[in-house]
Design a protein around this ligand. Structure first.
Ligand code: PEP
Length: 306
């Protein structure tokens, strides 16, 4: 969480791109460094077939490795799937061996980019300032940032998780024009819950952390905007525990890792979560006596690319 003395000199991000409003959960996966291009294409085709056969009330995204990005975008074309990259550099071009720019990602046809994943922060020393530069660059190029934040096990044990998460959110959003907030998704992914050694997070505690994130956004941008930002949960989500997050009002969707490496298991999570979410949303408006959900997810996403 180290920061240099001076506030980073980041550009103010440009105007919002064309968006669509959706009242559905936002569920996605990153395959990390898994799947060849052929496997990635086959997975995408199979998922599309499954979702076509049994339509779900959810917006779904896939984040393949860079080498498979173009193939997955192609396979997803015409479907409702969104596709994104797992990272990017903040510069458009230059002497950055091995890096990939927003332009490279856009050229593949992707719409999203994941930024600041826990593994990138831990294994590759990515700082909050770097995440902020990438967020601004992504927005400037019309890519929707999926910003990952979350405390480490040590930060949790020292009881500073809330401070860490609030800090990460504030720095990641530094300099972002309020009009762009609806294009941003935050993924809360505590480091201690991620991966094969991760421990499951309690849904109520996740909900409280999502509320904190929304409050941080609200204190900077106001309640109306904060209510439009999607906040999804990731960390050892499986078919067995996914439903326990569905009735948490601040959990707008799921970010699934290992449990989404197989199409069937990911499709089951999408289907069960979205069904459970529509049940809990309709009972919550009954409770409020409304015709429309009070705090249903206000998903505002870029339209799929043609
Ligand atoms: C992740 O690392 O972002 C993740 C969600 O992984 P997993 O579900 O495998 O814990």
């Amino acid at each position: 969480m180290a920061m240099s003395e001076a506030a980073p000199d980041v550009p103010v991000c440009g105007p919002a791109f064309v968006t669509e409003r959706r009242l559905v959960p936002w569920i996605g996966t990153s395959w990390k460094m898994n799947k060849t291009r052929t496997e990635a294409r086959q997975y995408t085709e199979a998922l599309t077939r499954t979702l076509n056969a049994t339509p779900v009330s959810a917006a779904v995204w896939l984040l393949p490795p860079f080498t498979a990005l173009g193939a997955v975008c192609e396979a997803a074309r015409g479907s409702s799937l969104r596709v994104g990259a797992q990272d990017m550099h903040w510069a458009d071009d230059g002497p950055y061996t091995g890096e990939v720019s927003a332009l490279n990602i856009k050229e593949c046809g992707a719409q999203l980019v994941e930024l600041g994943h826990f593994e990138r922060r831990q294994a590759f020393g990515e700082t909050d300032e770097v995440v902020n530069k990438k967020v601004c660059c992504a927005l400037a190029h019309g890519l929707a940032p999926l910003i990952c934040i979350g405390e480490t096990a040590m930060q949790r044990d020292y009881s500073v998780a809330r401070e860490v998460v609030a800090y990460q959110v504030k720095v990641a959003l530094h300099g972002v024009d309020p009009a762009r907030l609806p294009d941003i998704t935050i993924a809360y992914e505590p480091g201690w819950a991620i991966g094969k050694d991760g421990t499951e997070a309690a849904p109520v505690a996740v909900n409280a952390m999502h509320r904190l994130i929304r409050d941080v956004i609200s204190s900077k941008y106001g309640t109306t905007i904060s209510e439009q930002v999607y906040i999804v949960y990731g960390g050892s989500v499986t078919q067995d525990n996914a439903m326990s997050f569905a009735n948490q009002t601040e959990v707008d969707g799921l970010f699934v890792g290992r449990a989404a490496l197989e199409v069937d298991s990911f499709a089951a999570i999408i289907k069960e979560f979205s069904q459970a979410r529509s049940r809990s949303t309709s009972s919550s408006h009954r409770d409020h006596g409304d015709d429309v959900p009070r705090r249903a997810p206000q998903l505002i996403r870029p339209s799929p690319q043609t």
